[in-house]
Design a protein around this ligand. Structure first.
Ligand code: PHE
Length: 352
């Protein structure tokens, strides 16, 4: 399993730890340190098997390399996956996170982390007890930048506006039908921002509590998971897990564009071409979802203020996506290929 996955991977290093006390497996994938120390979230969840967990870490780490390289940020790409056993006692969570923090200390800055699916700023506080100074996005109370979700969502909204401009000649989302898949940390905020901006918002979710909140309390139109790919909309915004754009789903889509926050939305490279040949405009995931990590690093490393952080995210997503859409159509390539060329340009440039 290791041999097959790692020999086909373009990254640098993988650290593997079996945490005996909890039964969890920890993978830290360092994809590239070409532009700086590797940074990426810590994803913590149960996987069908270990191979799926490692595969996720490798792909997500690669995505982080491109996420930083596209706008020319001086960080490398990495990701950590903590693959949980089928059941983990509540009381076992903090000790596991502290042992993981110790591992980050031992790595001495090779990999630095923040929250991702299954972890929160409160978890970052716990990891930082042993893993500081390599832990970003701790809570505001602990002196960190807090939740990256609102910044990510703000960037995605800016990206959807660029998409609307391209499709309809005006950037406003007012009256546009936008389907948000996943009302998690980013999706929930995006639903709010879209609603405030006058969009016709639909959402899909599997979590009963979130369904009740948005459908029953806030009156947002609910789309059951089995209808999410076939529901007509202007913009489909995947904000849950990866791999949702694939040979099975793309032929069914009834949207004009895909623009959402999930990492690794394309299942395979060819899926970018599949979208293009159906005339669906795709906002490359790592370009439109950079807001959270960009703002957190800006706040914690570069001393930005919160309002400038938000403005920088909006400006940067807007500029990058506009450039990518223009160069993709000028060169007759997919938007994914156009984004990759820009990122590779930064990765290939002589070291400063
Ligand atoms: N989950 C974030 C991403 O995929 C990772 C992150 C957030 C890293 C905040 C550091 C700080 O971009």
């Amino acid at each position: 399993m290791l041999e097959a996955l790692l020999s086909q991977w373009s990254g640098e290093t993988v650290i593997v730890r079996h945490d005996k006390a909890s039964g969890a497996w920890i993978f830290v994938a360092v994809h590239s340190t070409r532009l700086g120390p590797a940074v990426g979230g810590t994803r913590m969840m149960a996987y069908p098997d270990l191979e799926a967990a490692l595969r996720d870490a490798l792909r997500l780490a690669e995505g982080m390399t491109f996420k930083f390289a596209a706008p020319g940020l001086q960080f490398g790409g990495g990701k950590a996956v903590i693959a949980l056993p089928a059941s983990l006692e509540r009381s076992a969570r903090a000790p596991l996170l502290r042992r993981y923090g110790t591992l980050l200390s031992q790595l001495g800055g090779l990999f630095r982390t923040g929250p991702d699916v299954g972890t929160t700023p409160a978890d970052m506080d716990v990891i930082a007890e042993t893993g500081a100074p390599y832990v970003f996005s701790r809570t505001l109370a602990a002196g960190g930048a807090g939740d990256p979700g609102p910044f990510t969502a703000r960037g995605v909204l800016a990206g959807i506006e660029v998409v609307c401009d391209r499709l309809f000649g005006e950037q406003s989302v007012k009256g546009r039908r936008v389907l948000v898949q996943g009302a998690g940390d980013v999706g929930a905020k995006l639903i709010g921002y879209l609603g405030e901006a006058g969009a016709e918002v639909l959402f899909s979710e599997v979590d009963e509590g979130a369904i009740q909140h948005f459908r029953d309390e806030l009156g947002v139109e609910y789309v059951p998971p089995e209808a999410v790919y076939t529901t007509e909309c202007d913009v489909f915004a995947p904000c849950a897990l990866g791999g949702v754009l694939n040979a099975d789903t793309i032929p069914k889509l009834r949207c004009r564009a895909v623009a959402g926050s999930a990492n690794n939305q394309l299942d395979q490279h060819e899926d970018a071409e599949r979208l293009r040949s159906r005339g669906i405009l795709y906002a490359p995931d790592y370009v439109i979802n950079v807001g959270g990590v960009m703002a957190v690093l800006g706040l914690e490393v570069q001393g930005w203020q919160r309002d400038t952080a938000e403005q920088n995210v909006v400006d940067s997503v807007r500029k990058a996506l506009t450039q990518i859409f223009e160069s993709a159509s000028a060169q007759g390539i997919t938007t994914e290929a156009a984004a990759r060329r820009i990122a590779e340009g930064h990765l290939d440039a002589p070291a400063k």
